[in-house]
Write a protein that binds this ligand. Structure first.
Ligand code: CMC
Length: 378
C-alpha cells in the first residue's frame, strides 16, 4: 500500500466535500452558502443564518417564523437535567458543564431515526433551543441561584442575555450579540467540526455528535482562545507593556492568543466586524481600557509577525465585546458553542446524506517482532 505524504494536523488535506461554507484565507473572505459574512452579520439574524446553514437556503417568511416558533417552544430543559446540573461542582468550567448536559440530552431523547426528516428537524430545533438555556442555567446554579426561566416574549439572543442577567438587554446589545453568533456560526473544516463529523459518521445520536464537538471546541488553540485573550490583556496591563510582551512571547516561542490561523494569512474578516461591533458598544456603554491595549497589540504583532501571516483571528475582539455586554469570562467559549452548533448541525446533516465512516490510516513508527518479557525479568 502507498501512503501520501504525512501532514501533521492534516494541514491542507481535504477531509470532506462540503457546500456549507468557504474561506479564502489570502483575500480574507468567508461565505456561508455563498453569502458573504459581512452581509449576513449586517442583514440577517443568527436563527435565519442557522436555517441557511442547515437547510442550504434562506427561509421564506413562513419557514423562518415556524423555525423560530419551534425553537422558542423547546427552550426549556427538563427538571431532571436541571437536577443533574445542580450537582455539578461550582468551580467546574462551564464548557465541561455544557458538554455533559448536551450528552445527557441523548438519555432523554434517545430515539435515533437518522433517516427520518421529522426526527432530524426535531433534533436540530431541540439542540439549538436548549443549549443557551443550559449555558445560562449552569451559570446561575454555580452561583447557588435557581436558573432563570426562558422568556417567551424575547427572541433567541435577547432571551439568552436575559437568562444570564434577569434583565432585558437594550436593543443594541441584543443586536450586537446576535451578530456575534452569526459570525461564529460556521467555519469550514475546523477541529470541532471535524470532530462532529467523525462522530456523526458512526451514525450515533446527534447529542453525542454535538457533545464531542463541544469537547473539541473547549481547547485554548480553538474556541478557548477568546477567554485566553482577555487573560492576556489583563496580564499585559498597560499599553506601554505591549512591545515587551510581544518580544518575550516571540523569544520564548509562546503563542499570542487571538492571533494566527491555519487558513487566514490576513486579518480574519470576522475580527474586523467584531472590532466595529466593539466600538459601537463602547460608544453606548463607555470605553474599555483593554481596547487600547488590544489596538497596540495588533499594531506591534503586525509589525513583528505580519510577514508570517499572523494577524488577529475571530477570538481577538470577541472577548472585548462580551466583556462590554457584562458576560463572565469563562462563558465566552460556551457562547462560541451556542453559535457554532449551527455549523455542526449543518455538517451533521451533510455527513448523513453521504455517509462513510471515517477511518484514516496511520504511519506506524513502533517496533516489530518483540518478545514478551515476563514481569519478574523486566
Ligand atoms: N503568536 C505567535 N506566533 C504564532 C502565532 C501566534 N498566535 N500563531 C502562529 N505563529 C507562528 C508559529 O510560531 C509558527 O512560526 P515558525 O514557523 O517560525 O515556527 C508559524 O506562525 C506557524 O504556526 P503554527 O502553530 O504552525 O500554525 P497552525 O496553523 O498550526 O496554528 C493556530 C494555528 C490558530 C493554532 C495558531 O496560530 C495559534 O496557536 N494561535 C493562538 C491561539 C488562537 O488564537 N486560537 C484561535 C484560532 S481561530 C478560532 C478557532 O479556530 O477556534
Amino acid at each position: 500500500m502507498t501512503f501520501c505524504e504525512y501532514k501533521p494536523g492534516l494541514e491542507g488535506i481535504p477531509a470532506a466535500q462540503s457546500s456549507i461554507s468557504c474561506v479564502d484565507g489570502t483575500k480574507g473572505i468567508l461565505e456561508y452558502r455563498g453569502i458573504a459574512i459581512e452581509e449576513l452579520a449586517q442583514k440577517s439574524t443568527f436563527i435565519e443564518t442557522a436555517y441557511l446553514l442547515i437547510w442550504g437556503k434562506l427561509p421564506t417568511l413562513d419557514e423562518l417564523e415556524d423555525f423560530e416558533t419551534d425553537i422558542r417552544l423547546h427552550r426549556r430543559i427538563k427538571y431532571s437535567i436541571r437536577d443533574m446540573m445542580k450537582c455539578f461542582p461550582d468551580r467546574g468550567h462551564p464548557m465541561d458543564a455544557l458538554q455533559t448536559s448536551v450528552a445527557a440530552l441523548g438519555l432523554f431523547y434517545s430515539r435515533r431515526a437518522l433517516d427520518d426528516p421529522i426526527y432530524i428537524r426535531g433534533a436540530v430545533v431541540r439542540i439549538l433551543a436548549k443549549i443557551p438555556t443550559m449555558v445560562a442555567a449552569a451559570n446561575s446554579m454555580r452561583r447557588g441561584n435557581d436558573p432563570i426561566q426562558p422568556n417567551d416574549n424575547l427572541d433567541y439572543c435577547a432571551n439568552f442575555l436575559y437568562m444570564l442577567t434577569e434583565s432585558k438587554p437594550d436593543p443594541l446589545s441584543a443586536k450586537v450579540f446576535d451578530a456575534c453568533l452569526t459570525l461564529h456560526a460556521e467555519h469550514t473544516m475546523n477541529a470541532s467540526t471535524f470532530s462532529a463529523m467523525v462522530t456523526a459518521s458512526t451514525l450515533t445520536d446527534p447529542y453525542g455528535v454535538i457533545a464531542s464537538a463541544v469537547g473539541t471546541l473547549a481547547g485554548p488553540l480553538h474556541g478557548g482562545a477568546n477567554e485566553e485573550v482577555l487573560l492576556m490583556l489583563e496580564e499585559i496591563g498597560t499599553v506601554k507593556n505591549v512591545r515587551t510582551y510581544v518580544e518575550n512571547s516571540i523569544t520564548n516561542k509562546r503563542k499570542i492568543m487571538g492571533f494566527g490561523h491555519r487558513v487566514y494569512k490576513v486579518k480574519d474578516p470576522r475580527a474586523t466586524i467584531l472590532q466595529e461591533l466593539a466600538e459601537q458598544l463602547f460608544e453606548l456603554k463607555g470605553h474599555d481600557e483593554y481596547y487600547d491595549i488590544a489596538l497596540e497589540l495588533e499594531r506591534v504583532v503586525e509589525e513583528e509577525l505580519g510577514s508570517k501571516g499572523i494577524y488577529p483571528n475571530v477570538d481577538f475582539y470577541s472577548g472585548l465585546v462580551y466583556r462590554k455586554l457584562g458576560i463572565p469570562q469563562d462563558l465566552f467559549t460556551p457562547i462560541f458553542a451556542i453559535a457554532r452548533v449551527a455549523g455542526w448541525l449543518a455538517h451533521w446533516k451533510e455527513q448523513l446524506a453521504e455517509n462513510r465512516i471515517f477511518r484514516p490510516a496511520q504511519i506506524y513508527t513502533g517496533l516489530h517482532e518483540q518478545t514478551y518479557i515476563p514481569i519478574d525479568e523486566r
